[in-house]
Design a protein around this ligand. Structure first.
Ligand code: PMP
Length: 377
């Protein structure tokens, strides 16, 4: 209730002038598509205003919530299913099973529908938001919730067990090359193409499976070698000497000991193990720096993006933008940064992201009750 309702600097006309794609409105999207999966990818980048971006620097947000199921994982779900259909490892009528923090499951649920002859079973650890579970069911997937204590490892084991027992097709998102390859073929090129006239100095991302980091990071390093890659990590301070720090063995491989993973509220990020897709990316020394995300920073930044920029992204998006802003503060004047926003904030209505909003709502409702006696009657 205490927050200002005016989010944009001035009148609507100024806002309209500032929208560069405005001229294209009304031209249409293009010819009708065959199904919703054809809308995956080609997400826009959006400039962050100086209400959040440090002065003299530029931050662009890569808005993955523009994908049809509102997350970066639509790319991967489609890629895995297409690759498996093409190489014959996924047979007509075979059930697809996968362990996921939700977004991959939501994507898979959709693309299974598009393939018409697939059915989908998802294993997901208990703490992930209820919205995810509902959305997957809405898309026709069956959801098996694994105990909180088993963490990410528990849900992955359950998916493997079910695949073996029933002969289902396991997506293996934490291991398959189809994961990072889709980001090498789409996410990375999209960023470089959209910034073709401009050098960008930093690319900031987090990781779940590590697919975005590995695939897009590899492409960016190959095509824009001066761009520094920043990996955001809750609890990075605990990871010194781990495979996620920039420490290297004499042969150049990551100096890897199992990091001390802390529980953190960033759904979809940093499972309690190092996924193979991530490890393979780290092995190529793609990342230049690790930025620690302190408690509370991710949620606060997601809220700030909503209030100040009209950008509704999830907690991992807030964490990534927080890392981008911290990097920008230390970067030279004129630096350009790109930050990944992996999914929509609407997937977090039941989580700490919306807790202060709920408190405000209760306050507002009480206020109405107080000032409208008949309301109480
Ligand atoms: N943010 C969210 C909300 C996610 O669900 C995921 C994937 N689990 C990521 C970020 C990270 O993406 P990736 O798996 O490509 O590392």
């Amino acid at each position: 209730a205490s927050q200002s309702l005016v989010k944009f600097p001035s009148a609507t006309s100024d806002l309209r002038k500032s929208i560069s794609c405005h001229a294209k409105r009304g031209e249409g999207y293009g010819p009708p598509l065959n199904n919703i999966s054809e809308t995956v990818g080609n997400t826009p980048m959006v400039k962050i205003s100086d209400r959040i971006c440090p002065k003299g620097r530029t931050i662009y947000a890569k808005c993955e919530f523009f994908n049809p199921l509102s997350s970066v994982k639509d790319r991967l779900a489609l890629s895995i299913i297409e690759a498996a259909e093409n190489d014959g490892s996924l047979k007509p009528g075979q059930t697809v099973v996968e362990a996921t923090s939700g977004n991959t499951g939501i994507g898979s649920g959709c693309y299974d529908v598009c393939s018409a002859w697939l059915s989908c079973v998802i294993t997901m650890a208990e703490p992930f938001s209820i919205e995810r579970r509902k959305l997957m069911r809405m898309l026709g997937a069956k959801v098996i919730v694994t105990p909180k204590a088993g963490k990410g490892t528990g849900m992955v084991e359950k998916a493997k067990e079910l695949a073996e027992k029933h002969g289902w097709f396991l997506c293996h998102q934490f291991e398959t090359d189809a994961n990072w390859k889709i980001h090498y073929e789409t996410t990375g090129p999209e960023i470089c193409n959209d910034l073709k006239d401009m050098n960008f100095d930093y690319w900031v991302t987090g990781y779940g499976t590590g697919g975005t980091f590995h695939g897009a990071g590899k492409y960016i390093k190959e095509h824009s070698p001066d761009t520094k890659i920043i990996l955001a990590e809750p609890g990075a301070a605990n990871l010194i000497g781990s495979g996620l720090s920039t420490d290297r063995n004499p042969d150049g491989s990551p100096a890897c000991s199992h990091p001390a993973f802390n529980p953190h509220p960033i759904q979809g990020w940093t499972p309690d193990f190092i996924p193979l897709v991530l490890e393979k990316g780290l092995g190529q020394s793609i990342h230049d720096e690790l930025v620690d995300i302190p408690d509370g920073a991710a949620v606060q930044m997601s809220q700030a993006l909503a209030r100040n920029e009209g950008i509704l992204t999830g907690i991992s998006g807030g964490a990534t933008m927080w890392a981008a802003v911290e990097t920008a503060k230390k970067a030279p004047e004129g630096s350009v940064l790109v930050a990944m926003l992996p999914d929509t904030g609407e997937r977090y209505l039941s989580t700490p992201l919306f807790a202060s909003i709920e408190a405000d709502m209760n306050e507002d409702e009480l206020e109405i009750a107080r000032s409208t006696p008949s309301f109480i009657l």
